[in-house]
Design a binder for this molecule. Structure first.
Ligand code: FAD
Ligand code: SIN
Length: 525
């Protein structure tokens, strides 16, 4: 089947949904999403969205906090722009129906998270993402100009390559004509032509064994751009959230929001001793890279599988009312957070790098825009400040919408695009080969490309990855295309890029810490 859209949106998290709403008055819009519309990293966001919304705070402070967290690699112009545009984008979310908690005096109940010098996080209880998704999906479903293609999986971007034309890596004249998408319900591959494609496919958490990300996060968008020879950067900066619930066998790991530390919870060892003062004077509210490394170090020193988060000294009523989901989730596994310590471990959470885009969300591939976690905009540098990613998604979706609307009148569909070629393939793949491939990949990335790295570990990782890469590519060539096989292939591509970029960075910086260059990180005497 062939379809045509002026604006084709791939992904239905915050970035994809807000872009679709904004362009819907200017042409036909299709949203494809690989499972149900709601499922996304956005849905699980707890802490909230950072923005300067009251007179105690200033843009300058938000800018400085972002730059400090980014450890010298943020693009200052981008940081200033995102911080300044934040309040307008928040107003839009509210106008679309998203609710953020307020205090009795009518002002927003702002929370504080690691690396923030002020309380500036707007939130809805401890399920902000769910509230935002609810409001946006309601808007999308009421909008008859937007066609929803859920349970459709984007396999590859269509470029000159598919027309038999030769393109050179990183050349700037690569054009995007649409995507090939697998309809999961009937297993057919559709050719979806588009004047512009907007990539909003989110993150990569599932290349690691322990992650807060749902299974959809297999780096598909980044892998597609990599195969299409588009520019990707900063992939070595993978953020591990310091505190996911230690509950063996549960995948994804349940997040214990940083906002609970902003509320007064303390990290302690199994022996009940505080330890963060040894690592940073901001203690439990230091930026995430520092806290995650500190926990990792404490676990290595003690041999324990987790550390604890202590909330027992906090006001019981307030704790339950601010964090109702955490309270009930922990209760369901036998932990009463008002009385018991919460066992926590770091978990892969967010990728700071991705598809390189300019200030208008344009990638290096013509007519391909991107926003959200799939991108590298320059906002996060070497480490993302908490609650800056929902913000980045809305700011860049807005900018990409304005730019693509201004260009759409001058772009034609490319009718020469051939349909998907599955010659020589058959239904011969065994599921065990794919599930085992994923497990091996997650072991490699967790053991060798985690919070602490070394040249030797990275070399081991690349050597072992090569084996599963070759096996999986062969399987892909021989097999009828399937969701799980495509995800594995993408996850392997993305892991390869992370390892390559990590090997090239010959220093410890932000989220990339290697024992071969340890000088920046000393314990406080
Ligand atoms: P997502 O919301 O991940 O959406 C990606 C979409 O793309 C999904 O619909 C998916 O199905 C679709 N997709 C992917 N691949 C394909 C494909 N091949 N074909 C078709 N569709 C595809 N950030 C904050 O700022 N504040 C927070 O409080 C916060 N809390 C978080 C808590 C958790 C547990 C997690 C996991 C993340 C949190 N983050 C938070 C990060 C933030 O949620 C994400 O970075 C952000 O939501 C990403 O939005 P997105 O639109 O780019 O991608
Ligand atoms: C959290 O609530 O701790 C997650 C916030 C984020 O990832 O920005």
């Amino acid at each position: 089947m062939r379809k045509r859209f002026d604006f084709l949106v791939v992904g239905s998290g915050l970035a994809g949904l807000t872009y679709a709403l904004k362009v819907s008055n200017y042409g036909s819009v299709g949203i494809i999403s690989k499972t149900k519309l709601e499922e996304s990293n956005t849905l699980y966001a707890q802490g909230g969205i950072a923005a300067v919304t009251n007179e105690h705070d200033t843009y300058q402070k938000h800018i400085e906090d972002t730059l400090i967290a980014g450890d010298g690699l943020c693009d200052e112009k981008v940081v200033k722009m995102v911080v300044a545009e934040a309040p307008e984008r928040i107003k839009e979310l509210i106008a679309w129906g998203a609710n953020f908690d307020k205090k009795k005096d009518g002002n927003y109940d702002l929370a504080r998270e690691g690396g923030h010098s002020e309380k500036r996080i707007l939130h809805h209880k401890d399920n902000t993402g769910q509230e935002i998704q609810r409001a946006l999906i309601q808007q999308i479903k009421q909008n008859n100009k937007i066609e929803i293609l859920d349970h459709h999986f984007a396999i590859d971007l269509i470029t000159q390559h598919h027309l038999g034309l030769h393109v050179i890596r990183y050349q700037t004249d690569i054009d995007c004509y649409g995507i090939y998408a697998l309809n999961i319900r009937n297993q057919s591959v559709n050719t979806i032509l588009a004047k512009t494609v907007f990539l909003a496919t989110g993150g990569i958490g599932n290349i690691y064994h322990t992650t807060t990300n749902p299974v959809i996060a297999s780096g598909d968008g980044i892998a597609m751009v990599y195969r299409a020879k588009g520019m990707i950067e900063n992939m070595e900066f993978v953020q591990f959230h310091p505190t996911s619930l230690y509950n063996q066998g549960e995948r994804p790991s349940f997040l214990i929001t940083e906002a609970i530390r902003g509320f007064g919870a303390k990290l302690i060892t199994k022996e009940g001793k505080e330890f963060m003062h040894k690592y940073d004077k901001r203690e439990s509210l230091a930026p995430r890279d520092i806290v995650a490394r500190a926990i990792d170090n404490e676990m290595k020193l003690s041999g324990d599988d987790f550390v604890y988060l202590d909330c027992t000294h906090l006001d019981e009523k307030e704790l339950k009312s601010h964090f109702p989901n955490i309270y009930s989730k922990c209760k369901s596994v036998g932990i009463d957070i008002t009385k018991n310590y919460i066992p926590v471990v770091p978990a892969a959470h967010y990728v700071c790098g991705g598809v390189k885009v300019n200030a208008d969300g344009q990638s290096s591939i013509n007519n391909l825009y991107a926003a959200g976690e799939v991108t590298s905009t320059g906002l996060h540098g070497a480490n993302r400040l908490a609650s800056n990613s929902l913000l980045e998604a809305v700011v860049y979706s807005h900018r990409a919408a304005i730019n693509s609307i201004s260009k759409i009148g001058n772009i034609e569909f490319n009718e020469n695009v051939p349909d998907w070629n599955d010659e020589g393939t058959s239904h011969n793949e065994e599921m065990i080969l794919i599930t085992q491939g994923f497990k091996e990949l997650q072991q490699i990335m967790t053991n060798y490309v985690g919070i602490v790295r070394s040249n030797l570990r990275l070399k081991r990782a690349i050597d072992r990855l090569e084996i599963i890469y070759n096996e999986t590519e062969k399987l892909f060539e021989q097999s009828t295309v399937s969701l799980k096989l495509c995800e594995l292939r993408n996850a392997i591509n993305v892991s390869y890029i992370i390892i390559k970029m990590a090997k090239n960075r010959r220093e410890s910086r932000g989220l990339h810490f290697t024992i071969d260059y340890p000088e920046k990180y000393k314990l406080i005497d």
